[in-house]
Design a protein around this ligand. Structure first.
Ligand code: GLN
Length: 246
């Protein structure tokens, strides 16, 4: 009898451990994406204070494919990976660059967007064209981003780190810093919002965004990659697959 109970327990436990994060998400009825919502057009608040953007729509596609609701947690960018590792969120969709360093802690989906850093300055100030031009300057970045990493490596730059880009740009407009370094697409969006600012450099780095999940959540990683692949298929690709794949 005792043996039977022990055997039963082992069976139940092994089934439980086999049931991955996807089963857990389906049971609870929603998937939680972590993001940092001052990064238009990827994630930002609209006039109704709702978080919208390219990444949000990707999150919605993933949720829809799983048959669950999407829950969004807006937090500091450098808090996203810690929140993922401690299971407060299920995935990070935050225009996050795939880097070797981050890959030590989390797994990334296949790349879904190509990006790179640019320098933003006030129109009335000297145009800073290269990372070298930042020497001796005050530069604002978002804490924990690839811009933070790059700028912090340049000797003689005084780096101010902010959690929200809105604060970094306020600092630039008030003249307390000489430049903000960030990804090209959000830089374009901010410059459109603040006409006194301009992008003064070319795109200075090559980066690719990925969706981050916990190392052990292999099932979710595969699922997300499938959703991304399906999203990239044209109606023509779908027909080809339907009629020509044996
Ligand atoms: N792509 C940059 C990074 O991963 C910035 C992302 C962001 O600020 N949301 O560090």
């Amino acid at each position: 009898m005792r043996r039977l109970i022990v055997f039963g327990l082992v069976v139940v436990l092994s089934i439980l451990s086999l049931a991955g994060i996807i089963d857990e998400i389906k049971k609870r009825g929603y998937i939680i994406m972590g993001t940092e919502a001052t990064f238009p057009p990827f994630e930002f608040r609209d006039e109704k204070n709702q978080i919208v953007g390219f990444d949000i729509d990707i999150g919605k596609k993933i949720a829809e494919a799983l048959g669950v609701k999407l829950k969004i947690e807006d937090m500091a960018f450098d808090g996203l990976i810690p929140a993922l590792v401690t299971k407060k969120i299920d995935m990070v969709i935050a225009a996050m660059t795939i880097t070797e360093e981050r890959k030590k802690t989390v797994n990334f989906s296949d790349p879904y967007f190509s990006a790179g850093q640019v320098i933003v300055v006030r129109k009335d100030s000297e145009p800073l064209k290269t990372f070298d031009d930042l020497k001796g300057k005050k530069v604002a970045v978002q804490q924990g981003t690839t811009a933070d990493l790059i700028v912090s490596e340049i000797k003689g730059v005084e780096v101010s780190r902010f959690q929200r880009f809105t604060d970094a740009f306020l600092e630039l407009m008030n003249g307390r810093v000489d430049a903000v370094v960030l990804d090209f697409a959000p830089a374009k969006a901010y410059v459109a919002m603040y006409p006194q600012l301009t992008i003064s450099s070319d795109i200075l780095s090559q980066e690719e965004y990925g969706i981050a999940v916990r190392k052990e959540d292999k099932d979710l990683l595969e699922f997300i990659n499938r959703v991304l692949r399906d999203m990239k298929k044209s109606p023509y690709d779908i027909l080809l697959e339907k009629w020509f794949k044996q």
